[in-house]
Design a protein around this ligand. Structure first.
Ligand code: PGA
Length: 264
């Protein structure tokens, strides 16, 4: 489209991801996805990914958001196992996810802290996601605000992406989510997040999309979306309110249009 010509030399499409976590019943999930779908087509400069609980993925995929569709609205899983099948009670495999979704969140801090997933396991899952044509949304972030070390975070990310090819690194989505900011109402400042995103970009590539996540809502989202190295948002609590989610998505869309005008 015309505006792409005036965008960054490397164009990174903005991406807004809703992580519904372990919330919604089937009827709520359907209504939430439907309400977002009704508006998504008007937000053509931004990709939207909804990550409902895995038990509702099939329902939403069949009725509303087909996998591998060519629109800007897609589904993602919140987690998966790396293996294709087997005796892994309670897990879902990349083959299963692929039938109903295009993205998968991996290494979320709740998986790391509550379910004790380690860096090797997460790295294995990320590789497996690519092998099964899924786009991983890989989460990283420091536990405590005063413990932020960009060097440590960069090393951590390096370990997580070490097995990926250069093309896979470009297709990867990284979500910078400071753990202290998740679900606390205490978001990082856009400047704080941008500084880290810049450092993380050094580990991945100019084409890799880097999101911010952690207490994003309709009042603070704009600040993050205006930052050069932040290509979108991973939203938990606020993604359960369709109006808030759409307001944030609209900010992202407006930001792209505004930037294109400035560069024209
Ligand atoms: P939050 O969650 O927006 O509710 O802080 C973000 C996340 O856990 O991805």
């Amino acid at each position: 489209m015309w505006y792409n010509l005036y965008m960054n030399k490397v164009h990174r499409q903005k991406l807004i991801v809703g992580n519904w976590k372990m919330n919604t019943g089937s009827a709520d999930a359907h209504i939430l996805a439907q309400s977002i779908k009704n508006e998504a087509a008007h937000l053509e400069h931004v990709d939207l990914v909804l990550c409902p609980p895995s038990v509702w993925l099939g329902l939403i995929a069949e009725n509303l958001i087909m996998p591998h569709n060519s629109s800007n609205l897609h589904l993602g899983a919140q987690n998966m196992h790396f293996a294709e099948q087997g005796a892994y009670t309670g897990e879902i495999s990349p083959n299963m996810v692929k039938e109903v979704a295009d993205y998968v969140i991996l290494g979320h801090s709740e998986r790391v802290h509550i379910f004790k997933e380690d860096v090797h396991l997460v790295a294995h899952k990320v590789k497996s996601a690519f092998e099964h044509h899924l786009t991983p949304i890989l989460c990283v972030g420091e536990d405590q605000k005063d413990a932020k070390s960009n060097r440590l975070l960069a090393n951590h990310l390096k370990q997580l992406v070490g097995q990926l090819t250069a093309t896979e690194v470009e297709k990867l989505v990284v979500a910078y989510e400071p753990v202290w900011a998740i679900g606390t109402g205490n978001a990082a400042t856009p400047e704080y997040a941008e500084e880290t995103a810049f450092v993380l970009r050094g580990v991945v590539s100019d084409k890799t999309r880097i999101l911010y996540g952690g207490s994003v809502d309709a009042t603070n989202a704009k600040g993050f979306l205006q930052k050069e190295d932040i290509d979108g948002l991973l939203i938990g609590g606020a993604s359960l309110k369709y109006k808030d989610f759409l307001t944030i998505a609209k900010y992202a869309d407006d930001e792209v249009i505004k930037l294109a005008r400035i560069r024209k």
